[in-house]
Design a protein around this ligand. Structure first.
Ligand SMILES: [Fe+2]
Ligand SMILES: [Fe+2]
Length: 287
């Protein structure tokens, strides 16, 4: 899958030795405690994420230019044939990428929290990640609101809902391999979208808000991929590497076009060069 890894990037499909895996998991757990603060299991919230959203609410910004609502709906839920602008394609891509995840996280959290003993026994890193995923849905809603579209994400179509339910009930070891491929692809997709926030440069405050929101998702997803590389072990990483082109096609083939081309091919090509490590993560070394 990978060719040559770019500087500052890591290969999500490199097999780590036992001591590297152990070191990564311990450092990541500490990073999560610092980045997210304490978890409130009652409210299903993270202290620092709540503070972030509080700051956003204190200083609302909104796109003042034209809004193509029908173009957005067509590219998110329809056949995506409608002519529209780059901003709408950008937003619809982000929203569409989140549809399955948002549904899956809701189902998984409801299932987990239906049994308090499972919550108490859960791996704290897993709990942090599930909470982060929950905030991604909130971030996506905020991205849409900043552009001027106020709506909650609808559930994905039934074949994708079925895939979510099947995945949740897969044996743990197989499930995490599938999730690793998804997280690796998601990291690259959100990095591409982060680079494209300049579509909103007509309103610098909006551009800055979009960049901040997208950076939050991007940094989380990169670390989810790195975590799973350390978690699933030698065979799991090898299988994930084999299946990534297929998963990319299944999950991303219906995303809106990107710069006139096909987003899933672009993401795959980029993933071959590794995943960029977000700034400030001194505990994570590039490959
Ligand atoms: Fe996510
Ligand atoms: Fe994730």
């Amino acid at each position: 899958m990978t060719t040559k890894i770019d500087p500052g990037c890591f290969d999500p499909f490199r097999i780590l030795g036992p001591s590297d895996r152990k070191h990564h998991l311990a450092a990541y757990h500490q990073y999560l405690r610092d980045r997210d603060g304490t978890i409130d299991l009652e409210q299903r919230t993270l202290l620092r994420r709540e503070m972030y959203f509080h700051e956003l609410a204190e200083k609302p910004v909104a796109w003042s230019g034209e809004i193509d609502y029908h173009g957005f709906v067509d590219h998110l839920y329809g056949d995506g044939q409608r002519e529209t602008d780059e901003r709408v394609l950008w937003l619809a891509t982000a929203a569409k990428a989140n549809l399955i995840e948002s549904y899956g996280v809701r189902v998984e959290l409801d299932e987990l929290f239906s049994d308090p003993r499972r919550v108490r026994a859960a791996d704290p890193i897993y709990l942090y990640q599930m909470m982060e995923e929950k905030y991604h849905t909130r971030i996506l809603a905020e991205l849409c609101r900043t552009y001027g579209i106020d709506q909650e994400a609808a559930p994905p179509p039934w074949p994708k809902r079925l895939a979510v339910h099947l995945m949740i009930y897969l044996p743990e070891r197989i499930r995490w391999i599938a999730v690793l491929t998804g997280e690796a692809l998601g990291s690259v997709l959100f990095r591409v979208l982060l680079e494209q926030t300049h579509h909103f440069r007509g309103d610098p405050e909006v551009e800055e808000r979009m960049r901040s929101l997208m950076s939050e998702i991007w940094a989380d997803e990169v670390l989810h991929a790195a975590y799973l590389r350390a978690k699933v072990g030698r065979v799991g990483v090898w299988i994930a590497r084999m299946f990534v082109p297929l998963v990319a096609w299944v999950m991303m083939k219906d995303l809106p076009p990107f710069e006139g081309g096909n987003m899933h091919r672009r993401v795959l090509a980029r993933l071959r060069r590794g995943i960029e490590i977000p700034p400030g993560l001194t505990w994570m070394k590039p490959d």
